[in-house]
Design a binder for this molecule. Structure first.
Ligand code: ATP
Ligand code: MG
Length: 420
C-alpha cells in the first residue's frame, strides 16, 4: 500500500477512535454526576433524620418538614409535630461540609475524566488495531491485480509436477501467491506419503504371497513329473499344498481387513459389554485349541466397557496367538483384566516365552515385521497380526504397553481410556 494511502487510513482510524472515546468520556461524566447527586441527597436525608431524632427522641411520619437551602447563611430545617412541638435547626455548617465533600469528590473525578480524555483515544486505537489490520488486508486483497501471466506460471508449475514420482515442490517465487503455493506443496506431500504407503503395502503383500505360490507351484511340478503314480509324493504334495493355501487364505484375509480398515470401510459396532466375559471366552477357546501351554485368567472386579466386542476379542486372540507361538511347550500364558490408577480399563496377555529384543519393540506393530530369530523364522506368521490389533485399538482410542525380556517373557497390555 502506498504511504499516502496508509496515512489516510491512519487518520480515519484516529477520528473513529476519538469519536468512540468522546462517547465514553461523556458517559463517565454523567455517571459521576448521578453519583454526586445521589450522595448529596443521601447525606442530607441522613442529617435531617438524625437532627429530628436527637430533638424529639423518635421519628414521626406525620410531622411537617421544610428545608430552606438558600442563602446558606440563613439556611434551616424546620419540623412541626402534630402536638405543636417545633424544631428549627440551622443547616449552615452541614451545607458547608457537604459543599467541601462534593468539591473534593469533584477533583478526584476530574482527574479520572482528564485521564480518559488524554489517554482514552490511544487505548481505543489499540483495541481497534486488529480490526484495522483486517480491513487493510481485505482492501489489499480486493485491490490485488491478478494478471493472467502469474496464473499461467502457476498452472505450468503444477502441471509439470508429479504427485507420485518425484519429490519436487512448486516454487514460482511470487510473494502474492505464496499462500497458495504452500497449500499445494502440503497437499502434494500428503499425496506422496499416502502413495508411498500404498506402494509399500502392495510390494510387501506381493512379496509375502510369492512364497506360498512358489511352494504350491513346486509341488504341482513335482506331482506332474513323478507323483501321479507315487503314493508318497502324492500324499506329501497334497499336505503341503493344503497348508500353503491355508496360509495364503489367512494372509489375504488379513490384508483385506487392513485395506478395509485404512479406507474407513470397517465400521465399528459399539456397545456395552463385559470385559470379564470376553476374556473368559478367549480363555476357553485357547485352552481348547492349544494343549501345549497352561492358561490362567486373573480379574479382580466386574468391568463393563464400551467398544466393538468382536474386534476387541480379535485383538485378544491375536495377542494370545502370539504368546502361544513364541512360548516353548509347557510355558504359561496369563490373561488379565483390570483398571489402572488413571481409571482406564485394560486387558493384558503375558507369556513365559522367548521375549522381544529391545530394538524390535518399536517395530512390532509395523506391517510384515517379524523379529529375526530362529523361532520366529520357524513359527512366525506373516507379521500382520499386531498391525491389525493396533488398527483396532487405535479405532477405540486406546493404546498398548509392552513389557518384554529376552528369554523371560512378554506382557502386552491394551488400555481403553473411557468413562466406566
Ligand atoms: P501373524 O500375522 O501370523 O500374527 P506374526 O505373529 O509374525 O504373524 P505379529 O503378530 O504382527 O506377526 O507380530 C510381529 C512380531 O512381533 C512377531 O513376528 C514376533 O517377532 C514379535 N512378537 C509378537 N508377540 C510376541 C511375543 N509374545 N513374544 C515374542 N515375540 C513376539
Ligand atoms: Mg502374530
Amino acid at each position: 500500500m502506498s504511504r499516502s494511502k496508509r496515512k489516510q487510513k491512519n487518520k480515519n482510524v484516529t477520528s473513529i477512535a476519538i469519536k468512540i472515546n468522546a462517547i465514553s468520556v461523556r458517559k463517565l461524566f454523567f455517571k459521576f454526576l448521578i453519583i454526586n447527586i445521589a450522595l448529596m441527597a443521601i447525606l442530607t436525608v441522613f442529617w435531617c433524620l438524625n437532627a429530628e431524632k436527637t430533638f424529639y427522641g423518635e421519628l414521626v411520619e406525620t410531622a411537617e418538614r421544610s428545608f430552606v437551602f438558600y442563602p446558606i447563611e440563613t439556611s434551616k430545617y424546620t419540623v412541626v409535630w402534630d402536638n405543636g412541638k417545633t424544631m428549627v435547626k440551622e443547616a449552615k455548617d452541614f451545607l458547608y461540609m457537604l459543599r467541601q465533600t462534593v468539591i473534593l469528590l469533584g477533583i478526584v473525578e476530574l482527574v479520572f475524566l482528564l485521564e480518559e480524555i488524554i489517554f482514552g483515544t490511544a487505548k481505543v486505537r489499540r483495541i481497534l488495531k486488529p480490526l484495522n489490520e483486517m480491513a487493510e488486508t481485505a482492501s489489499r486483497l480486493s485491490n490485488m491485480t491478478f494478471d493472467e501471466e502469474k496464473f499461467q506460471n502457476l498452472e505450468d508449475a503444477i502441471s509439470k509436477i508429479s504427485p507420485v514420482i518425484s519429490d519436487e515442490r512448486i516454487s514460482i517465487g511470487d510473494n502474492e501467491l505464496q499462500g497458495l503455493e504452500d497449500a499445494i506443496n502440503k497437499l502434494l506431500d500428503r499425496m506422496r506419503e499416502s502413495y508411498r504407503q500404498q506402494a509399500r503395502f502392495v510390494s510387501d503383500a506381493s512379496h509375502e504371497l510369492r512364497t506360498p505360490i512358489s511352494v504350491i507351484q513346486g509341488y504341482a511340478n513335482m506331482l506332474d513329473r513323478w507323483g501321479k503314480n507315487d503314493e508318497s509324493v502324492l500324499e506329501e504334495s497334497i499336505t503341503a499344498i493344503k497348508c500353503e493355501s491355508e496360509n495364503m487364505k489367512n494372509l489375504v484375509e488379513q490384508l483385506l481387513f487392513l485395506a478395509r480398515g485404512v479406507n474407513g470401510k470397517t465400521q465399528l459396532t459399539i456397545g456395552r459389554f463385559s470385559l470379564n466375559d470376553m476374556m473368559k471366552e478367549v480363555l476357553e477357546e485357547s485352552r481348547m485349541i492349544d494343549k501345549n501351554h497352561t492358561y490362567n485368567y486373573i480379574d479382580s472386579e466386574d468391568i463393563s466397557i464400551l467398544g466393538d466386542v468382536a474386534l476387541l476379542k480379535q485383538t485378544a486372540r491375536i495377542l494370545v496367538e502370539n504368546a502361544a507361538k513364541y512360548t516353548e511347550k509347557d510355558g504359561f500364558i496369563t490373561l488379565r483384566i483390570g483398571i489402572n490408577d488413571k481409571g482406564e480399563a485394560y486387558f493384558s496377555i503375558q507369556d513365559t516365552g522367548i521375549g522381544i529384543d529391545e530394538k524390535d519393540v518399536a517395530h512390532i506393530f509395523e506391517r510384515f515385521f517379524r523379529a529375526d530369530t530362529a523361532r520366529v523364522r520357524k513359527d512366525g506368521g506373516t507379521g500382520l497380526g499386531l498391525s491389525i490389533a493396533k488398527w483396532i485399538v487405535d479405532s477405540h482410542r486406546g493404546y498398548f504397553s509392552i513389557l518384554s525380556r529376552k528369554e523371560i517373557g512378554t506382557r502386552i497390555t491394551v488400555f481403553l481410556p473411557q468413562k466406566l
